[in-house]
Ligand binder design. Structure first.
Ligand code: PA5
Length: 460
């Protein structure tokens, strides 16, 4: 039985520097209204197609995706989107020792978070057999880094490989240029096989869609209408790469659906999404805490933190407001940031994301005959105990000086838990946008660099 993700706000109830439970209760009605706007009003508006100008763009369909995909799988079986994703992933696994996922921003960050959270830490270094026959997974098309691309070509040399190219617009320059480079290489190395070795995930009618048709790609997936790039991790954008890695995508969706259920039903003070947003919003607006430090307590969650960085920054960094996200990985970053978190400007909210579970045998501190490092006093203590002492010690150190902390606890970093986390953070971002009066969808500010870049290159 999977455990629900939990949020603990006790680290926010601080005299003088934090917020009070009374403030949270006063905000509860607005939080619940914003929740109903997301789950009822926005859904009706999208269904009717009558979206008022002030709400455009309204890319809120991510909310229903988990249930829709699971329902489609149950009812339509092999012709469902999920069955098609699973079948394309199997085909890629059978034909490829490596898969290159080309995409940028919302078109790859979720898949990277899934790889790090759910797979072995050194996945690509394992033998094919140790990976259970799954291909090595590489991410490109997310930079214009000559040497990084060349290094990947060298890694692929002599291997059977394929490409999953992901772009909702189908015209993002970084991804398109990388695709051209990798396509040329595929055509040279595997003549006649490109239609199987390229799987595009794209919106309808873009340049990538027409290229996919010209290439006769056997499988093409859609980024669903009404799902924005950074909200697309639980569509084919994240699910196809995840299925290639051998991750249980049904569990990912079940975790997200469980979060939806809780989000719909629970009152603000017991609702993980609303607890998190309510406290973060109050701390930002009443205490000026506009730096949001997502402090993850497992190396396997670093990319899940970076995925949220993008989600928060691109969704709410508008009209001169919106919290600035930062990801820290502990205990590593305690040795670079803890000083500032405890004694620097009081503009930082620490949001811990942690799990107590481990997947492998428990390591304990060994006893040593010379005790030269005087660690025999810890002999026999599990490394997990040391981590928990660091976690609790850090929280205490922050509390002592009135520094607010929100704790988010995941059961593990498995597919179900990550599904809960993704859905929670996407819903939280939309609710937070509604509280701030900011449309969380769209990213007009990103267009400026793209336009300038194209003009400097002299292309249309
Ligand atoms: O959230 C977003 O919409 C963006 O981050 C996009 O995902 C990113 O710009 C890539 O766009 P595209 O998928 O169209 O190539």
């Amino acid at each position: 039985m999977n455990q629900p993700l939990s949020v603990d706000l006790s680290g926010c109830w601080l005299d003088g520097h934090g917020i009070t439970q009374a403030q949270f209760s006063q905000l509860a009605e607005r939080l619940e209204n914003a929740r109903d706007e997301t789950t009822v009003t926005d859904v009706q508006l999208m269904q009717s197609g009558q979206i008022p100008v002030e709400k455009q763009p309204l890319d809120g369909r991510f909310y229903q995706l988990p249930e829709l995909l699971l329902e489609g799988y149950r009812e339509a079986g092999s012709s469902s989107e999920l069955a098609r994703i699973l079948s394309a992933a199997r085909q890629l696994q059978d034909s490829s020792e490596a898969v290159v996922v080309l995409g940028i921003g919302g078109s790859y960050m979720g898949a990277k978070a899934i790889l790090e959270g759910c797979c072995e830490p050194y996945f690509n270094e394992l033998s094919q057999q140790e990976r259970g026959g799954r291909p090595r997974i590489y991410f490109e098309g997310n930079s214009l880094d000559n040497d990084a691309i060349q290094a990947l070509f060298a890694r692929l040399s002599g291997a059977r490989w394929s490409v999953v190219v992901i772009s909702k617009s189908g015209g993002t320059l970084e991804t398109s240029v990388a695709f051209r480079l990798f396509l040329e290489s595929l055509e040279t190395q595997f003549p006649g096989e490109v239609c199987q070795r390229v799987v595009p995930v794209t919106g309808a009618e873009g340049k990538l869609d027409s290229l996919a048709q010209d290439l006769n790609c056997e499988s093409v997936f859609r980024v669903p209408e009404g799902v924005g790039g950074r909200f697309s991790v639980l569509s084919a954008v994240g699910l196809l790469p995840a299925a290639c890695m051998g991750v249980d995508i049904i569990q990912l969706l079940k975790g997200a659906a469980a979060m939806n259920e809780t989000f719909r039903k629970m009152p603000a003070d017991q609702n993980p999404v609303l607890q998190y947003v309510g406290a973060a919003h109050l701390l930002e607006t009443t205490r000026g805490m506009d730096i949001r430090v997502l402090s993850v307590w497992s190396k396997m969650l670093e990319s899940a933190g970076l995925w949220y960085d993008q989600l928060l920054a691109e969704s709410l960094g508008k009209a001169g407001i919106g919290a600035t996200p930062v990801t820290a990985v502990n205990t590593r970053d305690l040795h670079s940031r803890a000083q500032q978190h405890r004694e620097g400007r009081r503009n930082k909210l620490i949001v811990n994301v942690m799990t107590r579970s481990i997947r492998t045998d428990r390591l304990s501190v060994p006893e040593r005959y010379d005790d030269q490092d005087e660690l025999n006093q810890l002999a026999g203590r599990p490394v997990t105990d040391l981590l928990m002492a660091a976690y609790e010690g850090t929280n205490l150190a922050l509390r002592e000086v009135g520094r607010p902390v929100i704790n988010i606890e995941l059961e593990s970093t498995d597919a179900f838990s990550l599904g809960q986390y993704f859905q929670m953070m996407m819903l939280a971002t939309v609710v937070e946008g509604r509280l701030l009066g900011i449309n969380p969808y769209g990213q007009p500010g990103v267009e400026a660099y793209k336009k300038n870049m194209r003009s400097l290159l002299g292309i249309v």
